[in-house]
Write a protein that binds this ligand. Structure first.
Ligand SMILES: CC(C)(COP(=O)(O)OP(=O)(O)OC[C@H]1O[C@@H](n2cnc3c(N)ncnc32)[C@H](O)[C@@H]1OP(=O)(O)O)[C@@H](O)C(=O)NCCC(=O)NCCS
Length: 388
């Protein structure tokens, strides 16, 4: 039997990317019968980011990934494994992770997508942790990336107000010193399988004129049931991860919950007996970016000075499946390193397009006008200036 202790998997790099296009509540008021007041009070969302025609899940993921690798002080070829959580891949095949591997200039890693909807990033993180602690990898890139605005029905006010686009990434690196993921809890409850789903496009109902006419290529959701699941599950999942880490909720410096709805986050705080100061919230500016929401929030929390070396963090998510997942983490990286992300500009990262094939215009008619006006600054670059 080997006497060597398992290595720890520290978070050494973090990065994010959000497209410049902004869809506000006022824009949605013009599309469906809703109001800024309703959306803000029921969800907490004010605006979301929308990817432009030249952007894809892979392109956003690749920018966030290059930023995370720069922050970690590594080269792309130092990465052994690329795990990309998404429910909005560029294609059914190849994996979006494979496209990202090429786009970031990595020649060595194996790459795969992880499908666990909004919990996908936590699931992928747990897999990355296992690769490192088992000795199978030294550096793992874990990405959450989504382009959801192309999968929404802009006549369905119960879903089109919720979701947005973006990407976040972390690098996990092996070390013998203590730190990184301390406790994980992952659950899957198939009883909720059809509470958030996208009916057509898969083998059960391949895409056809009929499926498109029936609007079955859009995300569907039972909001009330999903809300109940979230409020029932998030606090207990977070608590289980905290307990597995040998900690108490009061030991946690910052919770970074999935950014779905401010009322759901409030109920997690209540369930854990904590105040909202312990909850990181940025959903007002991004909406629900599914698998991207936690890595974007984590990077933003670190870059905005909410995290310091030695802090204990909890990330916790829920989503379609029904899935949920949480990780308790001991933070060991110098937050000032986040400024290194600034060296990566989106225009320097390219996803190779296929030969002899032109996609049809990917932009939904409802978003054409929004994307034609000047966008907002890119949040990753702005945050980096703080540390410059
Ligand atoms: C979607 C959600 C915001 C709806 O909020 P809610 O308080 O539950 O609202 P309800 O669904 O009960 O609807 C209340 C009323 O508002 C209406 N409504 C729904 N969307 C609306 C909108 N965008 N604007 C105005 N009214 C709206 C409903 O039609 C309903 O009207 P009725 O009473 O006349 O039937 C909420 O259920 C939610 O956040 N669920 C979880 C969704 C989620 O997080 N999904 C992602 C999982 S990762």
């Amino acid at each position: 039997m080997s006497t060597q202790a398992s290595p720890y998997a520290h978070i050494t790099g973090w990065g994010r990317y959000a497209p410049a296009g902004v869809l506000t509540n006022a824009d949605l008021e013009k599309m469906v019968e809703t109001s800024d007041e309703w959306i803000r009070t029921r969800t907490g969302i004010r605006e979301r980011r929308v990817a432009a025609a030249h952007e894809t899940t892979a392109s956003m993921a690749a920018v966030a990934a290059r930023r995370a690798i720069a922050v970690a002080g590594l080269q792309p070829d130092d990465i052994d494994v690329i795990l990309l959580a998404t429910l909005s891949p560029d294609y059914w095949m190849p994996s979006t992770a494979a496209l990202v591997k090429e786009a970031i200039g990595n020649t060595k890693a194996f790459a795969m997508d992880v499908a666990a909807a909004c919990s996908g990033f936590v699931y992928a993180y747990s897999a990355g942790q296992a690769y490192i602690t088992s000795g199978m990898a030294r550096n793992v890139l874990v990405i959450g990336a989504e382009l959801l605005t192309r999968f929404l029905d802009y006549t369905d006010r119960s879903t089109c107000i919720l979701f947005g686009d973006g990407a976040g990434a972390i690098v996990l690196s092996a070390a013998d010193t203590q730190g990184g993921g301390l406790g994980f809890e992952l659950t899957t409850e198939p009883s909720g399988a059809y509470m958030i789903w996208l009916p057509a496009g898969g083998s059960k109902s391949p895409p056809s004129r009929a499926t498109v006419e029936r609007g079955e290529h859009y995300i569907r959701m039972d909001g009330t049931q999903t809300y109940r699941f979230a409020t029932r599950t998030l606090a207990s999942t977070a608590l289980a991860a905290v307990a597995k880490a040998g900690l108490e909720p009061a030991d946690i410096d910052l919770f970074i919950p999935h950014q779905a709805n401010i009322r759901i986050i409030q109920s997690v705080a209540d369930g854990l007996g904590l105040s909202m100061d312990k909850m990181f919230v940025n959903l007002d500016r991004y909406g629900n970016t599914s698998a991207a929401s936690i890595p974007i929030a984590l990077a933003e929390a670190v870059d905005s000075g909410r995290v310091k070396v030695g802090d204990k963090l909890v990330i916790v998510a829920f989503g379609a499946g029904y899935t949920s997942g949480a990780a308790a983490i001991s933070w060991t990286a110098d937050p000032a390193r986040g400024a290194l992300a600034e060296s990566i500009r989106p225009e320097d990262v390219t996803v190779r397009p296929p030969l002899d094939w032109e996609p049809v215009d990917p932009i939904p008619a409802a978003l054409v006008e929004i994307l034609a006006r000047p966008g907002s600054p890119e949040p990753g670059a702005k945050a980096a200036e703080v540390h410059a």
